[in-house]
Structure formats: C-alpha cells, structure tokens
Design a protein around this ligand. Sequence first.
Ligand SMILES: Cc1ncc(COP(=O)(O)O)c(C=O)c1O
Length: 370
Amino acid sequence: MGPDERALLLEAFDSNWIAPLGPHVDAFEREIAARVGVGAAAALSSGTAGLHLALVLLGVGPGDEVIVSDLTFAASANVVRYVGATPVFVDAHEATWTMDPGLLGEAIADGLRRGKLPKAIIAVDLYGQSADYDRLRAVADPHGIPVIQDASESLGATYRGRPAGIEGVFGVFSFNGNKILTTSGGGVLISNDTAAIAEARTLASQARDPAPHYQHSKIGYNYRLSNLLAAIGRGQLRALDSRVAARRANFAWYRERLGDRAGWDFMPEASYGACTRWLTCVTIDPTSAGVDTEKVRLALADDDIEARPLWKPMHLQPIFRECRLFGGAVGRRLFERGLCLPSGSSLTEAERLRVLAGIERAGRRPGGAS
Ligand SMILES: Cc1ncc(COP(=O)(O)O)c(C=O)c1O
C-alpha cells in the first residue's frame, strides 16, 4: 500500500460511504475501463464472482459443458460447477503455458461429435501472460462459442499491443491479496457490451427490480465491491505500471543469476505480448540440475522464505477427476517441475540475495535430487 491508497481510503471513510456502492466504486469502474480501453466494468467482491456472473450472463446452466484451461487456479473451474455445468479441460501449450489452440480445436470437435457444443470457453492468462486469443478465437468463433478471458493474473499485461483483458466477450480481473493490484479481496468484470455489465451490476446487488419495495424477478447475488475497497483499488491503479516494472525487474534479476544453470528454465514470454511476470516461475529438471523443486522449496522454507509449486492442473484435482481432458502432459510436467519464486513488487536486493543463498543451500543438501 502507498500514500494514494491511504488518502483515498480515509476520504472514503470520512465521507461515510461505508457500503457496497458509492462514489469510489463508480470512479474505480470508470478508471479500470479507461485503463484497459473497454466499454464498461462492474466492480465486484472477487474475481471468482466475475467469472460466475459471466457464465450466468451467457446463459450457461445445468447440462452444459464449458471448456476451461487445465493449468489454472481452481476458481476458473469451480464457477462452471456453480451454474450446474460440466468443465472440459484443455492443456497448456509448452511455449506460452496457456491454453493450446490446437487442443481447443480437438475439444470442440469432440463436443460436436457427441452433439454437445461447448457453451463457453474460459481461457486463463497465466502468471501475468495472456493466452493467444487470436488463435483461440480462430477456433471458437466459427462455432459461435463465446470466450471469457480469465485475466485474474494479468492486469497490466499486453496482448498484441492491447491491454490484456478485452479479447473475449467478457474479461475478469482479480484484486485478491496476492495480486499486483489488490483491494485485499475484489475483482472486476469487463466487457464492451455495456448492457451486459449493467445487468451484472443488478445481479451482483441481489437483482432487485426497479420498484420502491423489495421485489425480485431473478436470482441475485451479493457480489458488489465495498466503497472502501474501491478507494484502495483506485490508489493501487495509479501505481500499476511501476509495480509491473518491479515484477519484471525481479524476473530479470533471477534469470541473470540462475538462467545459465543446467536444468533451470524460466517461464517463456510469448512473442505476441508483454507478460507482467506477476510471479517469477522456473522449472527445474532434477536430472541435470542435481536438485529438484521440492528440495529448493524446503531449503527456502528453512530460512522462512515462501516459494510455491505451480498450479496443480485441474485434471489432477480429486474434485475434477471425472472430467474430460485434452492433452494433460504439459501441465503435469510444469506442475512436477515448476516453482514460483518470491516475487513481491517491493522485494529488495537484500531479500533477493537471501533467496539466492537459499537456492545455493538446496544444491549443497545431501542426496542430490529428492
Ligand atoms: C487464474 C485465476 N482465476 C480466478 C481467480 C479468482 O480470483 P479471486 O481470488 O479474486 O476470486 C484467481 C485468483 O485468485 C486466479 O489466479
């Protein structure tokens, strides 16, 4: 948090707008929409809420199938269950770590053969890197399947020169505590379909009909963002560019010192865009590196430094075991070998050196790769 966040939060507090609506919510929506160059934005209590509302607005319901990136955080797939539909998972492409357009084509063809055209696609931008939407849409558009861009992790990235988030019918950002821009918890649904965003705001406010009394013709949700948190978000947004630069500097720093080591590889940056490097992600091949991911993670933990494995693919999650899967080997390998290094926007040189020392210690631990 910086001084802008503090000043805006205190302004919101003193104004007594302590509610899931208010001037900061309206301003935050306008500022996010302007920042990414999209028609409208609905500020919500989480990114998950945004994905859920996108499916509701697209009319996805029981019996439907939705194609989802296999390598992601569970929220991308959980929302499919919220509406009673079934996720179908598509593996990542080696070169981008995001949804493989070739496998998406196979998944759609399989759906057609079974007489089950997917109702929507949730493509995930991973660790700050956009999926390749031109190629995904070249496969999806001829069938009229809408794409939802789960840009929860990619605010501040670009895709073919455009800000990330606006390649699908809907886009979603998360402002969860671990993201580059945070409101502690929060999210936003964006679209060029301004009527749909107006409807999202209604659904997110318990779908109250325009009547003086309490009347409801639809099922609604309590999904709006608090005015206090929107004030924080506005301050955060002002610092977004410098924080993305800090994340990219972390990545460059680690790569300079570890990139030449045998068996160590860094997450590739796709040629079509700029990744925010939300987290610096590496893969470690235990045969050539002499250490494995778990050993590095534990050596860092010894010094109270948190590093985490990459997302565990959805098809390996007990809850989604029965779901259809196209590919799977890329995500599995990334999960087995991948590690997210400490990547905060305010990481100091001394802290990064401590991480490096922990990695050196892992190499000296007895027993080689565990
Ligand atoms: C890819 C992805 N999708 C969805 C979400 C859900 O966002 P939230 O935590 O704001 O609900 C997150 C992060 O938390 C995420 O990383």
